[in-house]
Design a protein around this ligand. Sequence first.
Ligand SMILES: [Fe+2]
Length: 249
Amino acid sequence: MHVKLDETRRWFEDYARGFDLSDPMLEMKYVHSHDVMRTGETLTRALGWAPAEAEVGIAACLLHDTGRFSQYRDFRTYHDGGSVDHGDRGHAVLTAEFPRDLADGEGRSAILEAVRWHNKRELPERLDERILPFCRLVRDADKLDVFRLVQRCMAEGREAELLPRHRVDAPLSPELLDEVENTGRGSYKNAHSMLDYLLIQMTWTLDLNYAPSRALLRESGILDRIRERFPPGEVRVQRLLDRLTRASA
Ligand SMILES: [Fe+2]
């Protein structure tokens, strides 16, 4: 398994620069791609991956949101439900445009599949054993960076920009609370407020694949900061948040 990582980075640079990166919405995805790549570096090191596998994983992390650029150009939104599935779009773009000589067959399919599956609710049951670790890596690295991104936006009071479809001061939606209590997951279709979005983020603690990912999240203190946003007196909510916090231990 092999990828030419430096050339992959140059290819991504050129690809991204084909879009209007002076638009803050697109620039945000460009920065996020690099941040996820760095998280991929940290995780592959912590996991002790061999250099060749680590490079494929890091490349997949960098490329995971390739589909976002043309999604935003074509639809002016990052809402997959109202446009295209950006994991599928990324897979299609890379299939057509990522040069074949930058990876061998195994490396290329690990990258493409990790991109395709990074944003799905869950991984499909039957996924090639050799591809699975890369899918898991990208999903973890992406979630860890989205945690950071949302915190950054909230600290700067820019959450409305990041999540235009979510009302900042609205309470938790009862349907979402029920769903998360019963299934441990939350659907974006049931999320209407900032708290709803944060509750869905809290469920990601159940969905991190690797121990070093959970350790990074724990050490970041982000879960505590998210919890401060929820009303302290609501026993049912607090009990659920306790359960989700424990999942990261
Ligand atoms: Fe994504």
